[in-house]
Design a protein around this ligand. Structure first.
Ligand SMILES: [Cu+2]
Length: 208
């Protein structure tokens, strides 16, 4: 991995952001529920019932803590997940840049059909422009995943998977094949460079 790489919790594009937001929401809810139950447990352990005080209603606590609270939490998480999935499933808008990435044992072939340029283990994309990735494989199943930009997608030998990503700021990240694909799977990496449209155009020109 590249030294400046910081993973899916440091999103650099809209799709990675919706994944990170969902993660933080789940962490927040999980923490709140944990703290609530730790406090209730402490109260149950250390608080003595006062003289003549009626025991708590078991039914109310079981229904509240075992049914109502989980239903509320799960509905919120479900709604947030559906919203994030809709963002991730959106088609690329017209004008998106098409980049074809083909997995090989053990390297990434990256083609820019518009420009007629092909590179290996190096992927450049212009900042602020949606990119429609066409992912496939020349041999076994590989996995394409740039955590800073969005979700993971399989690269299959018998078809093309489409993944739309966009970088909102310049950066350089390492991406690693995300599906075990043989002995040298661990060395199958691609350097991802997001740069200004001018720098991108100059880079494409230099590759011709
Ligand atoms: Cu692989």
């Amino acid at each position: 991995m590249n030294g400046s790489s910081s993973g899916s919790l440091d999103p650099k594009g809209p799709r990675a952001e919706s994944i990170a937001d969902t993660w933080w929401l789940m962490l927040g809810l999980g923490t709140a529920v944990f703290v609530l139950f730790a406090v209730l447990l402490a109260v149950g352990l250390f608080r003595r019932r006062r003289e003549g005080e009626a025991p708590p209603s078991e039914r109310r606590w079981i229904l509240g803590g075992g049914v109502v609270l989980p239903v509320i939490v799960l509905v919120v998480v479900f709604g947030a997940t559906i919203a994030a999935m809709r963002t991730l499933a959106e088609d690329a808008p017209p004008g998106a840049l098409v980049i074809e990435v083909t997995g090989h044992q053990w390297y990434f072939e990256v083609a820019y059909p518009e420009a007629g340029v092909t590179t290996v283990d190096e992927l450049h994309l212009p900042v602020g422009r949606p990119v429609e990735f066409h992912l496939t494989s020349a041999d076994v199943i590989h996995g394409f995943w740039v955590p800073e930009l969005g979700g993971k997608m399989d690269m299959l030998p018998d078809g093309v998977n489409v993944l739309v990503l966009q970088a909102d700021e310049p950066g350089e990240w390492g991406a690693q094949c995300a599906e075990f694909c043989g002995l040298e799977h661990a060395t199958m990496q691609v350097r991802v460079v997001a740069e200004s449209p001018e720098e991108f155009a100059a880079w494409i020109e230099s590759q011709r």
